[in-house]
Design a protein around this ligand. Structure first.
Ligand code: ZJS
Length: 265
């Protein structure tokens, strides 16, 4: 056999004769020599981002009914808000919801603790931070994300409501992301419940007053937010929204079935 008759198959590729590479794909993969700066380039980051979506979707897709609870990383046990967080976590777990938090300390921990005390399950979606940080001890299932926006997708995709306890910039970011997604109909029928009338009252008043008066939101927009001091009311709002949603889905399915029957006649 001459060199020109030689054939190499590499996956779906076929090489013949002088087109056959000097090395195999595996050899090139395993050869560690070469520059390494590509690790810090955007195309490589895109793959890392992709892998976070894959891991996140893989872990969370079979969660069942879930509610995300947000709140300050800084409010410690002993504070009435911490108690409120624990109660919310317990009541959500008793109502059959998985409690999803950022997995950190403070009110995230409170909600996870409440869920654990009620025998429910807790998910922590952590974020890599510049300082050492681990998931709180009440998280049953956890993922720690490198990318903030990947993590935020997970909260929305795998929970059916947001409960927002008192908090700072992080909590405000999560609250306003949620109501923007509802306002722009990126998510539908997604209850957003603020707990703590004293804490949130000023903001809600400003939204209902200033924002409406200036015409920067629609008259119905303030209704996207429910404000209460009562964790049981928060759970009732969420349950009702889901019952309404389930009923509407059934009615739609029945109407479609009827239309199909009509077509068949
Ligand atoms: C001690 C300390 C500051 C730890 C921060 N560790 C954190 N771990 C996980 N999620 C967090 C953390 N800090 C902020 N977040 C996210 O932002 C919200 C709280 O931010 P903030 O404390 O309100 O502004 C939480 O709902 C959570 O989703």
């Amino acid at each position: 056999m001459t060199d020109a008759d030689k054939i190499r198959r590499a996956g779906p590729l076929t090489y013949r004769g002088s087109a056959i590479p000097q090395t195999t794909t595996d050899q090139r993969l395993l050869d560690r020599r070469g520059p390494t700066d590509w690790v810090h380039t955007d195309p490589w980051r895109v793959l890392r981002i992709q892998s976070e979506f894959v891991e996140g979707f893989g872990l969370l897709s079979e969660l069942g009914r879930a509610v995300s609870v947000f709140g300050s990383a800084r409010i410690k046990p002993g504070s009435p808000y911490y108690e409120l967080g624990t109660e919310v976590g317990s009541l959500l777990a008793q109502a059959g919801y998985v409690v999803v938090t950022g997995g950190g300390p403070g009110l995230m921990e409170a909600a996870n603790k409440g869920a654990a005390e009620a025998g429910g399950s807790s998910v922590g979606l952590g974020i890599e931070l510049p300082f050492e940080q681990s998931l709180n001890e009440f998280v049953d299932t956890g993922v720690t994300f490198r990318y903030f926006f990947v993590r935020k997708t997970m909260f929305v995709k795998y929970s059916q409501a947001f409960v927002v306890l008192p908090g700072g910039f992080g909590t405000l970011d999560e609250l306003f992301e949620a109501i923007t997604l509802v306002q722009t109909r990126k998510v539908t029928r997604f209850p957003v419940v603020l707990i703590g009338t004293e804490f949130w009252g000023g903001l809600v008043e400003w939204i209902r007053g200033r924002l409406l008066e200036e015409g920067v939101i629609s008259p119905e927009d303030p209704e996207l937010i429910h404000l209460t001091d009562d964790p049981a009311e928060a759970v009732a709002v969420i349950d009702k929204a889901h019952a309404d949603m389930a009923r509407e889905k059934e009615e739609r399915a029945a109407a479609e079935a009827l239309a199909r029957e009509g077509d068949g006649e």
